[in-house]
Design a protein around this ligand. Structure first.
Ligand SMILES: C[S@@+](CC[C@H](N)C(=O)[O-])C[C@H]1O[C@@H](n2cnc3c(N)ncnc32)[C@H](O)[C@@H]1O
Length: 174
């Protein structure tokens, strides 16, 4: 009896972990982390003001949030996979990030109107799906940073190729 209960529990835990992870893979992006230097590099060419709201759509390990926190930004990260979400939580804790808003949520259903800076490392398909949401919700002046993939139909404010293997596409909402 105990064995059956234990096996059922293990199966449920494994499913609870793998289903959201696979779902995130299908609708957003696989679990890959962008190079650590990306945000620092962007801050050389784009002005980030103290206290601005920085959002990472699909925060992964939270490395962009750690970099943004160092620049005195208010950081918010969304993540679909519970395992990755907890990884990010621990990562931020051990890196001394005291104030961060981490959400175990699907970013497609979140309100982005309070963001000043939006960071994405997703797929071309996800950027295509996000584009109308950005156009509807983001305020004028919001900077959108996409690592590796451009947003079709939008004109870049700047493209940086200083953090390979991907380019950094920077947009400013007009
Ligand atoms: C390529 S990783 C990027 C991680 C991080 N932003 C970085 O640059 O290191 C994409 C992340 O987005 C998550 N993700 C994909 N679709 C999502 C969605 N709809 N809502 C929330 N997170 C999502 C994945 O689980 C994965 O951790």
């Amino acid at each position: 009896m105990t064995e059956i209960l234990l096996t059922t529990l293990i199966i449920m835990v494994v499913l609870a972990i793998t289903i959201p992870t696979l779902y995130g893979f299908m609708i957003g992006a696989p679990i890959l982390f962008s190079p650590k230097k990306v945000i620092k590099e962007v801050s050389r060419v784009v002005e980030f003001r103290r206290g601005e709201n920085f959002y990472d759509l699909g925060m992964g390990s939270g490395r962009s949030l750690i970099a943004a926190d160092k620049l005195n930004l208010n950081v918010t990260g969304f993540e679909l996979s519970p395992v990755i979400y907890w990884l990010a939580k621990c990562n931020l804790f051990f890196r001394g990030v005291k104030k961060a808003n981490l959400c175990l949520r699907n970013f497609y259903s979140q309100d982005l109107s309070q963001a000043d800076i939006v960071f994405c490392f997703l797929t071309p398909k996800a950027m295509e799906r996000l584009r109308p949401k950005f156009e509807k919700e983001l305020k004028i002046g919001t900077r959108v940073i996409s690592y590796a993939f451009r947003i079709n139909g939008w004109e870049e404010y700047q493209i940086l190729d200083s953090v390979p293997p991907g380019k950094i596409y920077i947009y400013v909402m007009e």
